[in-house]
Design a protein around this ligand. Sequence first.
Ligand code: SF4
Length: 408
Amino acid sequence: MELNKKLEILADAAKYDASCASSGAQRSDSRSGKGVGSTGGAGICHSYAPDGRCISLLKLLLTNSCIYDCHYCINRRSSNVRRAFFTADEVVKLTLDFYKRNYIEGLFLSSGIIRNADYTMEQVIAVAKTLRETHDFRGYIHLKTIPEASPELIEEAARYADRISINMELPTQKSLDLLAPEKNMARTKIAMGRIRQRLDDARAQKKDGNRKLRHATGQSTQVIVGADESTDADFLAGSDELYNSYKLKRVYYSAFSPIPEPSSILPLKAPPLIREHRLYQADWLMRFYGFKTQEILSPEQPFLDLELDPKLAWALRNRHDFPVNLQTAPKETLLRVPGLGVRNVARIIQIRRHTKIRLADLSRLRVSLSKVMPFLITADHNPSTLLLDSDRLRAKFAPKPQQLELFT
Ligand code: SF4
């Protein structure tokens, strides 16, 4: 098979991995003779480097063949898709060609499992090792690893990559038993625990002066939302454990997208995209705003409110904690005010050392006054408690109901 054809198949197969979500976007090209340019086929996506820069990556699968049969995956053993396989040298060549032409700054490489986990990992590592050792490639490398692979291989992958990840896929073993029966949550967590240990060791060595040590600086994972009955509380509890016990840098929430020839146990429709968005917002609240999972959701309320962002929904459930005085409230309390972000809170704390905070100060910080005013007190504003207690407060923020069309 020609290299270009393989690239088309294996870049397309990689788009289901959410950590570089832009490659799943609508494709268009000018082959019909109309317009200029093309977004098709090349497999280039965007991701964020550890320092926050947006970088372009060549995003590929080494192969879309797989001995596993995960129901939600287009590459599963029983799927009737065209298969392709890159050799390690072909991926190295493609990466270098794209890099030299300035199309990409790095490589995101994943793979279906062929023969067994160790064999597959060896092929993935061969790509990264050749790039680093033979070609002195200094670009970004993100490698997907396989939890069933031997620890030595996962450690070796971490030596050549900037970021490594293992997909958790679903939040509970019960869900895995249903949709990915060959996968085991305990094994995945053991592998993540080992990676965490290696990352900690590498960090300590660098601190001790071994500046030349090359090693991945973080691990991440992906979960699929809406492929089964797992609740948002299940996802957030899982993420909470991954951040706290395994020090993951990111959990990516990927809304399940129906695949051709789907298994009969999958839902027919994708979940609303807003669910994925709300999970990211809730995840952000846990990581940067000091919220506990059980404050955001509970067994009685296991799904996020799709109409309101989770911080606003929490504030409306906890109106007794408001209004908050901007002049005197501690940082942790300010972070809970709907409409105030981490950066704004830091600025407010700076400003209030010198002056009394007024609404005009908030406007200058580009804070949405209509969102924050019911929840805070400033030198020139004290919201009516009547408004805070009002049933209409939710209606003020929720999207307006839309007229349904009869004949669509
Ligand atoms: S192991 Fe990965 S590639 Fe294979 S079927 Fe499962 S999700 Fe797909």
